[in-house]
Design a protein. Structure first.
Length: 83
């Protein structure tokens, strides 16, 4: 099982449900936005993204745009930035 994302002050997470076939695509898109977020998955179809709190709006906007291209939906609540 992969290690959970490292969380601390100033970091937030977003959990999204995506098909197994699109996980690699999502990771490539996220990594193209240098320093935006890191992806963590365990093969369950839920991917957790850890990002700096100062880029939360940018990450949310990107996830909304990507949801128009593939079946991507929220999977649980995002964590607060002060976690």
């Amino acid at each position: 099982m992969p290690a959970p994302p490292p969380l601390g002050p100033g970091l937030i997470t977003r959990r999204v449900r995506i098909s197994d076939a699109d996980v690699v695509w999502l990771r490539a898109v996220i990594e193209a936005y240098d320093g935006l977020a890191f992806t963590y998955g365990d093969g369950s179809g839920v991917v957790e993204l850890a990002a700096p709190a100062c880029r939360a709006g940018e990450l949310d906007a990107l996830l909304n745009e990507l949801a128009a291209e593939v079946a991507l939906s929220p999977a649980g609540r995002p964590t607060p930035s002060d976690r």
